[in-house]
Ligand binder design. Structure first.
Ligand SMILES: *Cc1c(COP(=O)(O)O)cnc(C)c1O
Length: 301
């Protein structure tokens, strides 16, 4: 069953100035897939939803912060699929009226449960997971960000919609599920540039854990990770932080390239790409792809 049309996700060519005449820069516009099940969140939910339907469960129970793109995507996708959804939200002081994101999740039929931060921080512990499972046996538990095995499988499909030959591929990184899905399908000639939005994030360490079910052994995982370049200083202070320079950059990209970006993920990642590009001096033609992972509902400037 196809709930959404990935064909809406076009490859947009960015016209760079003549200094970069060797460079073809393409943006894969996954933000266009659906206004609320945006970008990589749709990729990650696809097979989780198929599993719920296959197992004839009632819906999805998942986790997120007050501004989580994943909560909104889950609420919208479950509604489209005729499923129920429960969102466990970090912060017991919050209500369904606290912000637009939570309000919209509720409108889409998501049941929200607000829990204390300490309790939320233990969400991935075995006993916490088991308690939720006992309480909601007909729901599939999906981790924060939609980042489980099925999420990574969904992200692998992006590769099929990209050009065959890519020299450099850039992507924003939260949990690493999207970047892991991409990495598995790339040829050894492609460098994957990841831009973590969290400060002090162990990008390769996290990716290593996520790749275990997909690659045959540790050595293979290491070989794949050698193709990854981490831009660890592009977080603008950390998750949910930004400054006027980033906001100006995002406004310029909208004006100059007709490229809308969000200030939590894609703005930072595209900024990292453009700063990196400015330092390169390519002697041969290069194809560079930026994956637009969405996020415009909660992160527009
Ligand atoms: C969730 C999100 C990400 C992070 O993706 P991961 O798979 O968790 O690494 C990147 N960009 C946007 C816009 C997101 O909403």
């Amino acid at each position: 069953m196809e709930l959404f049309e990935p064909s809406k996700s076009i490859l947009q060519e960015i016209k760079l100035d003549s200094k970069f005449r060797n460079v073809r820069l393409l943006v894969k516009r996954d933000d266009l897939i659906h206004p609320e099940v945006s970008g990589n969140k749709w990729r990650k939910l696809k097979y989780n939803i198929e599993l719920v339907l296959f197992q004839k469960k009632d819906g999805i129970l998942t986790f997120g912060g007050a501004y989580s793109n994943h909560l909104l995507a889950t609420a919208a996708a479950c509604k489209l699929a005729g499923l129920k959804s429960i969102g466990v939200v970090r912060g017991e002081e919050l209500t369904t009226e606290s912000n637009h994101n939570l309000k919209r999740c509720t409108e889409l039929g998501m049941e929200l449960k607000f829990i204390p931060r300490e309790e939320y921080d233990a969400r991935n512990e075995k006993f916490v997971q088991e308690t939720w499972k006992e309480e909601y046996p007909f729901y599939l538990l999906v981790p924060e960000g939609g980042s489980n095995y099925y999420g990574i499988v969904g992200c692998q499909e992006i590769r099929k919609e990209l050009p065959d030959e890519i020299d450099h591929l850039f992507v924003a990184q939260g949990t690493t599920a999207t970047s892991c899905g991409l990495l598995i399908g790339l040829s050894e000639n492609t460098k994957l540039h990841v831009v973590p939005v969290l400060k002090g994030f162990d990008a390769k360490g996290e990716m290593k854990k996520q790749l275990v079910p997909f690659l045959i052994d540790e050595e293979t995982i290491r070989e794949y990770l050698d193709r990854v370049e981490v831009h660890s200083e592009a977080h603008f202070g950390g998750y949910g932080k930004w400054n006027p320079e980033l906001v100006d950059f995002i406004s310029n990209c909208k004006e100059e390239y007709d490229l809308p970006l969000d200030k939590i993920y894609t703005g930072k990642a595209f900024y990292a790409l453009m700063s990196w590009l400015a330092k390169q001096d390519f002697q041969t033609p290069q194809t560079i792809v930026f994956l637009h992972t969405g996020g415009l509902q909660n992160g527009s400037v």
